[in-house]
Design a protein around this ligand. Sequence first.
Ligand SMILES: [Ca+2]
Ligand SMILES: [Ca+2]
Length: 336
Amino acid sequence: MREQSTPTGSAPRSWLGALRPVRTRSAPQPALTCADAVQDHDRGDLAHVRRTRTTLALAATAVAVLGSVAQAADTTTVVTGADISHTYTAPSATADKQACITQTETWCLWQRDGGSAQFVDPAGNHQGYLQMNTPGSNDKVNLINFNVLRGKPVSALTSLSYKTLLDMPSTATPAAVPAINVVVDMNGGGETLGTERGVLVWEPVYAAGGAAGVVEDVWQSWTPTTGSGWWAAEASAGSITNYSSTWADVLASPALADATIVGVGVNTGGGNTGLVAGADALKVNDVTYDFERDMPLPPKLTPTTAEQCKKGAWTAFNAPVFKNQGDCVSFTVAKG
Ligand SMILES: [Ca+2]
Ligand SMILES: [Ca+2]
């Protein structure tokens, strides 16, 4: 895994007005090992009210209505803090790790050392995401779903995508955005921890665009199943050529022929000092996990007359949000 930056006083950051540390960048440090992809867990307190919704994609519905060839409908499931069934912070907590791989656990959050994660919604408009913070060099955060595709062969994962945000001023290097972790049981039959546990990792920095392909302060979409950038950790190490492998390479690896999936999720590992990053819209085959902060929606405020836009009143509207008074007026005119 790439590593970089010296600690530069990354105080906990708030989306709601707290001052952020001055952005600094340090020279890249020698890479740490890749052995810290996924391991243990402990209990935290992300307390949000659970709210899960599932929606059928309109396109898929239309296909059905038209009587075309049937296809699986994509679904979206909102994931908030209340959906995390297990949270842990201690390293090498076998009991925690074991708990996460039982069928009763779904989302497990691991926050090692100073690593932390929270579901945020900076604009308060349900455009939330999972914010991942690793202020220190050994900090680590990952959120893994231990039920999706559980027990299935690795080949059952046919499509994988997600979005990342490098939230500046991060003090980590620009390419340090959350990675994908696919936890596997190397010999199938249910993970027994230790030597059977492998982790297949995909990181944007190793994708075709390299470090230059990761843009600051912009949400970027990645589809790890369609390009290179995979590497392997723990028991799966050596099963593929690190960093240049495609998902097809993973599936073709003899070392992974009997491997089954234990869990799929997002991770920021050690060596990313000062990283503040976001992850969202984790899509595993036809299911999208939409990370959101659970909070009441603000009332919808939409102008109906141009007069309502004037004297600064345009700033109060949120459906839609306007850039200026003229924008607001134009909207009302267009609406008639
Ligand atoms: Ca096994
Ligand atoms: Ca979201």
